[in-house]
Design a protein around this ligand. Structure first.
Ligand SMILES: [Zn+2]
Length: 390
């Protein structure tokens, strides 16, 4: 699909030719009827970013490149749908006080489901991504589809019953990869090969009676952590060390999955040719080395291995930040932060530049479930790299 640039928009709010010259100009706003969904998403995105403070119609027009008429039309529709509300007036330069519009966070909910190897975490999030209800239950992911669907169905029903309230947009589901995000199908998950080829997205959509988006746990977490980052700006690697090791990559403000959802298989980079056997079948993967160090109680060793992987990622992608999460990190956050920071510091000295900062990912043990809800919410707000497939 081609977007029109704001330069191509004539005064009546219609594009002259519907496409910029090279056909590649990205948003902001396009005043074409066919792109109404896109424009509404732009407006909703600005309302979400403005938070409590709200935003005037004039500001919406200025930031989207849409005509005032187009903005009025969209905001009238959003108000009719209960997604936006007027919230008083404030002084504006050189004119009458402008009416401020705000997002109504409780107008819709989204489910976020983290299917971990031994636990399910379910959150119900409002439109800002804030959780309004959380449930946890034991889960045996290796047991296969039957028990997993039963547990997910029961917990999501209980979550919705607890919270009551507004319509639920859909469920974002995050689980161990590899998987195909676009098709909603699992591949050969390490330690759980019976899932290979299983259409988990469609099976869950039928069981839950909701549109479902499926993604890797690391991608969901990274998408949630990128919330609020402007499109086109900023990059980070989220390193998740739990029962496995993986990464979610946000590059230029957008989640990078790769065309086959194959990006971020961070744990299976070979760092020692003759190293210990990994669950993936090869030897010397960074996941195998890191988990082996954890298993023998060598936390500095595990942190050093994680740091070496983080340094490789920095070399490869020139990212701005490294974020750490996952159960194993959360059991000893200071140790992992210090160990990774030491390796990144050494790398920076060797390269004669400032060290890339490392921090704990916000959300703690809920980071993946919160991010899973964002799989559903992000497309509503026009976030790049987050198409809702239902
Ligand atoms: Zn491996």
């Amino acid at each position: 699909m081609g977007w029109v640039s704001s330069d191509d928009i004539s005064r009546d709010g219609l594009s002259r030719d519907g496409l910029s010259q090279d056909g590649l100009v990205a948003p902001p706003g396009a005043n074409l009827p066919a792109l109404r969904g896109h424009n509404a998403a732009l407006v909703l995105g600005l309302l979400r970013a403005a938070g409590e403070q709200g935003v005037s119609r004039r500001e919406l027009a200025a930031h989207t490149g849409l005509t005032p008429q187009a903005v009025s039309k969209i905001t009238a529709r959003l108000r009719a749908e209960g997604l936006a509300a007027e919230a008083g007036r404030r002084a504006s330069t050189g004119g009458k006080p402008a009416t401020v519009l705000r997002l109504v966070p409780g107008a819709r909910h989204a489910v976020g489901l983290h299917l971990d190897r031994d636990e399910l975490v379910a959150v119900l999030a409002d439109l800002t991504g804030a959780p309004v209800a959380v449930r946890r239950a034991p889960l045996a992911f290796e047991a296969g589809a039957g028990p997993v669907l039963d547990t997910a169905g029961r917990e999501v029903a209980a979550l919705r019953a607890e919270a009551g309230g507004p319509p639920v947009l859909g469920a974002g589901v995050a689980c161990p990869g590899p998987l195909d995000h676009t098709a909603g199908v699992l591949h050969r998950v390490t330690g759980a090969p019976q899932w290979d080829g299983y259409p988990l997205r469609d099976a869950l959509a039928e069981r839950l009676g909701l549109p479902v988006v499926l993604d890797k746990d690391t991608n969901a977490a990274a998408l949630g952590l990128a919330r609020g980052m402007p499109s086109g700006a900023g990059s980070f690697g989220y390193l998740h060390l739990g029962t496995g090791l993986g990464a979610g990559l946000v590059l230029g403000g957008g989640l990078y999955r790769g065309p086959r959802t194959g990006a971020g298989e961070f744990g299976h980079q070979t760092v020692q040719w003759d190293g210990p056997r990994c669950g993936c079948g090869r030897r010397g993967c960074i996941e195998a080395l890191c988990l082996a160090a954890v298993a023998r109680g060598d936390l500095p060793g595990a942190a050093a291995v994680l740091g070496a992987g983080a340094a490789n990622l920095v070399e490869l992608l020139d990212i701005d930040r490294v974020l750490l999460g996952g159960r194993t990190v959360l059991e000893n956050p200071d140790g992992f932060l210090a160990g990774v920071a030491e390796v990144l510091g050494g790398q920076a000295r060797a390269r004669g530049r400032t060290a890339v900062p490392v921090a704990l990912a916000r959300g703690g043990a809920r980071v993946v479930a919160d991010g899973a809800a964002e799989l559903v919410l992000a497309p509503l707000f026009g976030v790049r790299g987050a198409a809702l497939v239902s």
